[in-house]
Design a protein around this ligand. Structure first.
Ligand SMILES: CC(C)(COP(=O)(O)OP(=O)(O)OC[C@H]1O[C@@H](n2cnc3c(N)ncnc32)[C@H](O)[C@@H]1OP(=O)(O)O)[C@@H](O)C(=O)NCCC(=O)NCCS
Length: 174
């Protein structure tokens, strides 16, 4: 597996990984219909990622786990705070295909994205994650400090518990 930058031509492959990761995350939360919404047509997600790839390449990172041309995972991380002279980065999206988990792809994507954010001037980083999701254990394993639980909605869902993981020093991620 190699980590590489996303290209607009990758948008359909990313949309497939996103849907696989998103539905499995919500299954872990006992939510059969993610965010209480019906699945969006794949083309909507393709358009969503086509528009985000150039944005995050400019003000963050949009990286892929590429296995011989096949996309197994992706991460979107933002350094948009630098536009207001801030130095805190954020992991916006992260997903690895359910069938390709526990091969350290997630860890490598996060570490590479953190390095990219650090190169853009970010000194710390955080991620918001649904509290019942197994990703909490992943972020703990990567050394994230757990913050207070708060409640947020996912689309049209009832309020759900969410929690923030912080790394005060972006060089300590992973
Ligand atoms: C979270 C996610 C990206 C992790 O990807 P991954 O490639 O499987 O993670 P890694 O193999 O790099 O895991 C690194 C370490 O994290 C921990 N970890 C990862 N998944 C875990 C799980 N389900 N339960 C407990 N610990 C876990 C382990 O310590 C693991 O190291 P080990 O395998 O040597 O024990 C993946 O499970 C996923 O896509 N989940 C669904 C989408 C999601 O929840 N995204 C996060 C939204 S913010």
């Amino acid at each position: 597996m190699r980590v590489r930058d996303a290209d607009v031509a990758d948008a359909r492959g990313i949309a497939r990984v996103h849907w696989d990761a998103f539905t499995s995350e919500h299954r872990q939360m006992g939510d059969a219909h993610p965010c209480n919404q019906r699945p969006s047509p794949e083309d909507e997600w393709v358009r969503f990622f086509e528009s985000r790839i150039p944005l995050y390449q400019k003000d963050g990172a949009f990286l892929l786990a590429d296995e011989e041309g096949s996309i197994s995972g992706y991460i979107v991380a933002s350094a948009e705070e630098r536009l207001i002279n801030g130095t805190e980065g954020e992991i916006k999206y992260l997903g690895v295909l359910e069938a390709r988990r526990r091969h350290r792809f997630g860890r490598q994507l996060v570490a590479d994205a953190a390095r990219r954010l650090a190169d853009l001037g970010m000194r710390s980083v955080h991620v918001n994650v649904w509290a019942p999701s197994e990703a909490t254990r992943f972020y703990s394993a990567l050394g994230g400090e757990r913050g207070d639980v708060f409640r947020a909605r996912c689309g049209k869902s009832e309020p759900l518990e969410q929690v923030t993981y912080w790394w005060d020093d972006i060089n300590n991620v992973g």
